[in-house]
Design a protein around this ligand. Structure first.
Ligand code: ADP
Length: 399
C-alpha cells in the first residue's frame, strides 16, 4: 500500500510517498513559499531524481497538483498513475481533547479540527487547506489524520491542569496538551525494542531536541507528562522559543518596551530561545562555532539549553518514580554530540555514565552510556512520516 504523507504549513507542503508494507520512501520533497513570490518544488526520488523547480504556487491545491504531477511524471515519477496512491496520511498539530488516536477523515473530523484552530491558529487552518486540496484532486482516496497531541492525551489531570481558575479549562479548554506526540510515541517504542525492554512495563524519557524541542515521560507505554503546554511555547529553551517563563514578564516588558501582547508573543516564539540569548543563531552548529571562538553569549545559550533539559529529566524521573532509559532524537538530539554530552554529564545523580566514544555517532541508533551506567542513554532517530504511514495503513486496511 502506497501512502502519501502530507505535512502542510501555512506556506509549505512537505510530502513523502511511502510503501507502507516495505516502509521504503519512494519519493519526498517540499513545496515552499506557497502564496508568496518565489514558490519552489524540491523533489527527490528513490530513482535518483533530485531537483528544485521554481514555479509560482498560489495555494495548497496548486502545491498538491505539482506533487502529484512529479510523482506520476514519466521521467522523475515513481508511480504510473494516481491509482497507485492508495491512501493519504495528514499530520495535524492540534486535536484538542477530541482525538486520542489517528482517525479516518470525515465531516465530523474536519469540523473538530476546525474547532481546534483557535488552539493552533498557525497550523490547523493550514492542515485543513492541505486536506481540502487533496480531497479536490483525489476525492475517492481515503485520508487519515495523525495528531501531534494524541499521544499526550493519556496525561493525568494533575499533569495537564494549570494552576489557574478551573473555569478557564471548562470554558476555554486551557490545559496542557503537548506536541511532537508522534515522535515521542515512535522513539519511546523504538527505545524499548532497541534495549529489549517490555514497553508495557518501562519508564522512558524522550528528549526531542530540534528547532522546536520537547521532552516526555512515558510510563508503561503511556505518556504521563510532557513539557509543551497549551501551545508549543512552554517547556524547554528552544531554537527561537523561550520555553517556561514567569507570565508577569509580559506586562513588565509591555510597559518598558511599549509592546502589545501580540508583539511580545511574536518575540517569545521567533526571537527568543538560544537565538535570543546568544544573539548569534538558533542553529546549534553556529552556536558551537561561536562558542569555540570565545563568544560568551553563545556559550551561555548552550549551557542554559542543556541545564533546562537536565532539570526536566530530573522532574520526570520523580514523576515516574525512576527511569530505565533516556533517549535523544530530532536535529539536535541526533546530531549535536556536544549538547548531548553536556546534558548526559549532568545526569550523574541518576548513575548515568556517558560513553564518550559512543557519543560521537550522528543520526543512527546507538547506546551512548557505558555498560555499567545505571540508566541507559540512547540516540534513536525519529521518523514521524513513518508513523503517519503506518497509522494510515492500519486504519485504511480496516475499511
Ligand atoms: P524542526 O523539525 O523543529 O525544525 P529539526 O529536528 O530538523 O527541527 O532540527 C533542526 C536543528 O537541528 C537545527 O536548527 C540545528 O540546530 C540542529 N542540527 C541539525 N544538524 C546538526 C548537526 N550536525 N550538529 C548540530 N546541530 C544540528
Amino acid at each position: 500500500m502506497n501512502v502519501l504523507v502530507v505535512n502542510c504549513g501555512s506556506s509549505s507542503l512537505k510530502f513523502q510517498l511511502i510503501n507502507a508494507y516495505t516502509e521504503e520512501v519512494l519519493a519526498s520533497g517540499i513545496c515552499d513559499r506557497i502564496g508568496i513570490d518565489g514558490g519552489t518544488l524540491h523533489y527527490k526520488s528513490k530513482n535518483d531524481s533530485n531537483f528544485a523547480r521554481r514555479e509560482d504556487i498560489p495555494n495548497h491545491t496548486k502545491a498538491v497538483e505539482l506533487v502529484l504531477q512529479s510523482l506520476t511524471d514519466k521521467q522523475d515519477g515513481v508511480i504510473k498513475s494516481l491509482d497507485d496512491i492508495h491512501a493519504i496520511g495528514h499530520r495535524v498539530v492540534h486535536g484538542g481533547e477530541f482525538f486520542k488516536e489517528s482517525v479516518l477523515v470525515n465531516d465530523y473530523v474536519i469540523s473538530r479540527i476546525k474547532e481546534c484552530s483557535d488552539l493552533a491558529p498557525l497550523h490547523n487552518p493550514a492542515h485543513l487547506m492541505g486536506i481540502e486540496a487533496c480531497k479536490a484532486k483525489m476525492p475517492d482516496t481515503p485520508m487519515v489524520v495523525v495528531f501531534d497531541t494524541a499521544f499526550h492525551q493519556s496525561m493525568p489531570p494533575h499533569a495537564y491542569i494549570y494552576g489557574v481558575p478551573y473555569e478557564w479549562y471548562e470554558k476555554h479548554k486551557v490545559r496542557r496538551y503537548g506536541f511532537h506526540g508522534t515522535s515521542h510515541k515512535y522513539v519511546s517504542q523504538k527505545t524499548a525494542e532497541f534495549l529489549g525492554l517490555n514497553y508495557a512495563q518501562s519508564k522512558i524519557i524522550v528528549c526531542h531536541l530540534g528547532n522546536g524541542s520537547s521532552i516526555s515521560a512515558i510510563k508503561n507505554g503511556q505518556c504521563v507528562d510532557t513539557s509543551m503546554g497549551l501551545t508549543p511555547l512552554e517547556g524547554l529553551i528552544m531554537g527561537t522559543r523561550s520555553g517556561d517563563l514567569d507570565p508577569a514578564i509580559l506586562e513588565y516588558i509591555s510597559k518598558r518596551e511599549d509592546l502589545d501582547i501580540q508583539s511580545i508573543l511574536n518575540i517569545l516564539n521567533k526571537k527568543s530561545g538560544v537565538l535570543g540569548i546568544s544573539g548569534v543563531s538558533s542553529d546549534f552548529r553556529d552556536l558551537l562555532d561561536a562558542d569555540l571562538s570565545g563568544d560568551e553569549r553563545a556559550k551561555l545559550a548552550r549551557h542554559a539549553f542543556a541545564y533546562r533539559v537536565m532539570k526536566y529529566v530530573g522532574a520526570y524521573c520523580a514523576a515516574m518514580n525512576g527511569v530505565d532509559a533516556v533517549s535523544f532524537c530530532a536535529g539536535v538530539g541526533e546530531n549535536a554530540k556536544f549538547i548531548r554530552g553536556m546534558i548526559v554529564k549532568q545526569l550523574e545523580f541518576l548513575g548515568v555514565k556517558l560513553d564518550e566514544e559512543a557519543n560521537n555517532i550522528c543520526g543512527q541508533e546507538a547506546i551512548i552510556s557505558t555498560a555499567d551506567s545505571k540508566v541507559k542513554v540512547c540516540v534513536i532517530p525519529t521518523n514521524e512520516e513513518l508513523v503517519i504511514a503506518r497509522d494510515t495503513r492500519v486504519i485504511v486496511s480496516q475499511l
